[in-house]
Design a binder for this molecule. Structure first.
Ligand SMILES: [Zn+2]
Length: 82
């Protein structure tokens, strides 16, 4: 059995604080900055991890629908897949 808790993590390049791997992508890395490259790799690994988890155990559509109805008054998660 594998258990992974909620992970909140922030990383920022001190030279390029505005660089966002989600929005900018690897093409926006300036001068081969290793910190920005590391952020891009972390983001890619995270996306891969989420994909593997969904592949292993897809979300239950009944449970998701029930939860959406019950939480209709709450704001949608900002981290839902686009
Ligand atoms: Zn950088």
């Amino acid at each position: 059995m594998l258990k992974i808790g909620i992970v909140k993590w922030r990383g920022k390049c001190s030279k390029h604080p505005g660089y966002d791997p989600y929005l900018d992508g690897p093409g926006a890395i300036r001068g081969g900055c290793t910190r920005c490259e590391a952020l891009t790799e972390i983001q890619a690994c995270h996306q891969r991890m989420l994909a593997l988890m969904r592949q292993f155990a897809p979300p239950d559509p009944k449970r998701s629908a029930a939860k959406k109805q019950g939480d209709a008054h709450l704001q949608e998660s900002l981290f839902e897949e686009l």
